[in-house]
Write a protein that binds this ligand. Structure first.
Ligand code: IVH
Length: 774
């Protein structure tokens, strides 16, 4: 289907298109930010987003709270504390063709006004395909490690970075500046990635699409022990803030970094002139698949740092460096089958089962087929030889079919209309690209997936009850809902069966029971997250828990929101037809007699009379819905009575929650079956712990605090938890916005920084006195 230019869209087409784009973008945001598992390339994502913004630009009346222009995709998930980088972490401009590289050198020469006989030397390094990290050393000791985040503020993953053997805790040698932010790439070698995925697949745990997502997912773990168990490595190639200069060229800087204990890429080198750069590009590309880790290009940096300084930056990229990208890696293989997977929420996803093939050093067995439309569009058939592409930033993709190799008997693929697991009908909601199983909890796929989610580490975290046990207990018919897990611990008969038939020893049974019983007391945010409500991730659960404070308050609000779900007629009016909130309130306020006071007037005039101030385009939309007087009266009633309840609005209004998540909560509790499951679960629990509501009435509420130095009265984690419970915000670096710096012995650069900005500096005792704990 060819895309209509935004300029040519009618209002109705624009509305439909914007709704479709919003759904699609939200889906990709979730995959990227919450699951480290994007399905489309960054470039494709940007194109979708751009189109949505163009539509909103042209039709501002279509903008709603959850429109693409209102949604910030890259919100730093605050599972980690924020760290403000001393110097922003920028990115690189890209070059694709040889011409771009020659232009790059020519631009530099012009900018620096170099004479014809002056040569430009470049430091050349592979572009490692991982995620960048910044390691802050004060007096040679690692104090903070952070992800890039949005470039200015990253996530504090110090504890996780400390588990990498490539990351020195203390700098070796000599000559390092008192303060230095060392930057480089965290990556996963191909063999480690393959081994992890194969083991994960065998055990039915989640696999990652590529080494980069694997590295990102492994680094951003709450529990550093998990990061430690993953094969992560690090190459240093840059630096941020430094208290003193330490080199005159990029290549000398790399040598210095190496002497202080950092791994530096062995293919790093120094050459002069654009033609030499292109020679290195070809050589590196030829060796690409043999390096043992993913690279997606080569980086050229002007070697002289004084020249880098003069060249400076254009917006967010340096003029002195460029990334020359390699094309995506491709291979051919045979499509052996199409598996349709059923997710926790019932969505059906087709996955290509491939004859295993190595693409750029990584063994690929599966590729995404996205959805049924994609399969039809590419006309992919079982038995086909397909061209497979692995680009760094996406799950392996099937590009096209090699038609010459198609077996004579290959038939077009027919997407199942029933759930492959439970046989229930799989329907495709209007405007969505995925089919969804309608079986709910009678569908084993959804049930097992939900139970897995329920006992997961971030939810109930039941010790001794992993996927293997869940599946086994489910197969025995013991688990039909979460409450059954708790019932099992008190069911002597079933526990006997475990001893007699499953070879459980006395200790194993005791451990299982203890693991389950330990979770009869659960934190509110974990409980909400564990319910597995669509759209309600860990972060949103925390926001809901903090807002409502206690289970009873949340539960009451959710039920109230569910009973006040807008009627389908109202939703159609407000969303399907894009009637603005203002028009809705005009309609709701209208007091209309049952009999038509102007039987002779045309419909548009009637609408103008009864709904004053409603503009002509909106009236035209209404005229379609209400061709006569009784229909107008009915529309006014729908606007007045059928809208969402105030509670739904309250939930939607919680900062960071929004209307989509609020509706998902309401829809979940609207379902009688879900209400019963929740009630049964609560029955089994001893207590739901109230959420700590951020305090607003303490001396430090709303203040930003930084802790530094060797703290003696409390640990850093303790200090942070305590400060946050009192409503303060804890940051990893000092800026103008910092209110207090709490400095223990040996505080260094942060202390200096605080003095510079006039930030109040407190001793540990002064801090304790301030918070009333002294
Ligand atoms: S230099 C101011 N060198 O590529 C420029 N970046 O597209 C700082 N990367 O965010 C970056 N290998 O994650 C540089 N040898 C290398 C690199 C490299 C990989 C990544 C890095 C950066 C991205 C920029």
């Amino acid at each position: 289907m060819s895309e209509i230019a935004v300029d040519a869209l009618t209002l109705d087409q624009a509305r439909e298109e914007l709704a479709r784009l919003s759904t699609e973008l939200a889906h990709h945001d979730r995959l990227y930010h919450q699951q480290d598992a994007p399905e489309i390339s960054d470039a494709d994502y940007d194109a979708l987003k751009r189109r949505a913004l163009d539509i909103e630009d042209r039709f501002p009346e279509l903008t709603q709270d959850d429109s693409p222009s209102q949604v910030v995709g890259a919100a730093v998930s605050s599972q980690f504390a924020e760290v403000r980088h001393g110097v922003p972490m920028l990115s690189l401009d890209n070059a694709f063709a040889a011409e771009d590289v020659r232009d790059f050198e020519a631009r530099i020469r012009r900018f620096l006004k170099l004479p014809a006989d002056e040569r430009v030397a470049f430091a050349v390094e592979p572009k490692i395909d991982g995620l960048s990290a910044s390691l802050r050393y004060e007096d040679g000791v690692l104090v903070v490690g952070a992800t890039r985040g949005d470039g200015r503020t990253g996530e504090d993953v110090t504890a996780n970075l400390r588990t990498l053997s490539d990351v020195p805790q203390k700098l070796k040698g000599s000559g390092w500046p008192a303060v230095i932010e060392v930057r480089g790439e965290v990556y996963a070698p191909n063999d480690g990635f393959d081994a992890f995925n194969q083991a994960a697949e065998a055990e039915g745990r989640r696999t990652y699409a590529n080494p980069r997502n694997f590295a990102a997912g492994s680094l951003r773990q709450k529990d550093p022990a998990i990061t430690a168990s993953r094969p992560l490595k690090f190459f240093a190639y840059a630096w941020g803030e430094t208290s003193d200069p330490f080199a005159e060229t990029q290549s000398d800087a790399l040598k210095a970094l190496e002497s202080w204990g950092f791994p530096v890429n062995p293919r790093s080198t120094r050459v002069e002139g654009a033609e030499a750069l292109l020679g290195l590009y070809d050589r590196l590309q030829a060796d690409r698949a043999t390096l043992g880790y993913d690279i997606d290009g080569i980086v050229y940096k002007v070697d002289r740092l004084d020249w880098q300084q003069r060249l400076g930056f254009v917006s967010r990229t340096p003029r002195w460096a460029v990334a020359h990208k390699f094309p995506a890696q491709q291979a051919q293989t045979v499509l052996e089958g199409i598996d349709v997977q059923v997710g926790r929420t019932g969505s059906l996803t087709p996955v290509a089962r491939l004859h295993p093939v190595t693409v750029g050093g990584v063994v690929v067995r599966n590729a995404t087929l996205h959805n049924e439309d994609e399969i039809a569009r590419k006309d992919v058939r079982i038995g086909d030889t397909v061209i497979l592409q692995r680009a760094g930033d996406v799950i392996p993709q099937i590009l096209s079919v090699v038609l010459e190799k198609r077996p004579a008997d290959a038939k077009p693929y027919v997407f199942p209309t029933h759930c492959p697991v439970c046989g229930s009908e799989a329907e495709r909601p209007e405007g969505e690209v995925r089919r969804r199983c309608t079986g709910g909890l009678i569908c084993d796929a959804q049930l097992v997936e939900r139970l897995k989610h329920f006992v997961g580490r971030r939810a109930f975290d039941v010790e001794g009850l992993g996927e293997k046990q869940l599946v086994a207990f489910h197969e025995r018919g013991w688990l039909k809902e979460p409450a059954d897990i708790f019932r099992l611990a008190r069911d002597a008969e079933k526990l006997d069966a475990l001893r007699a038939e499953d070879g459980y020893g006395e200790t194993s049974v005791a451990n299982l029971v203890a693991g389950i019983d330990a979770r009869r007391v659960i934190a509110l945010d974990r409980l909400i997250f564990a319910l597995g409500i669509r759209e309600i991730g860990e972060q949103t659960s925390l926001l809901l828990a903090r807002h409502f404070g206690a289970w009873d308050a949340f539960h009451a609000a959710a039920l109230e929101a569910a009973s006040g779900m807008p009627s389908p007629e109202w939703t159609r009016l407000a969303e399907g037809h894009g009637v603005s909130p203002r028009t809705l309130s005009v309609m709701a306020a209208a007091d209309l007699p049952a009999a038509d006071p102007w039987p002779e007037a045309p419909i548009d005039q009637k609408l103008a009379l009864v709904f004053p101030g409603v503009a002509a385009p909106a009236r035209r939309a209404l005229a379609e819905l209400a061709p006569d007087w009784p229909a107008i009266v009915e529309l006014a009633r729908v606007a007045r009575e059928d809208g969402p309840s105030a509670t739904l609005g309250e939930i939607a209004g919680i900062a960071g929650v929004g209307p989509v998540a609020a509706r998902a909560v309401a829809a979940f509790f609207h379902e009688p079956h879900n209400r019963a499951v929740v009630d049964a679960l609560i029955d089994q629990l001893d207590r739901v712990e109230d959420a700590e509501r951020p305090k607003t009435d303490t001396a430090v509420a709303g203040k930003t605090v930084v802790f530094t130095g060797a703290l003696e009265r409390f640990t850093r984690d303790e200090a942070k938890a305590r400060a946050e419970a009192l409503g303060a915000k804890v940051s990893g670096s000092v800026s103008k916005k910092t209110d207090y710096l709490v400095a223990g012995p040996g505080a260094g650069s942060k202390l200096a920084e605080a003095r510079k900005h006039g930030v109040t500096v407190l001793t540990e005792d002064e801090w304790l006195a301030l918070i009333g704990a002294g």
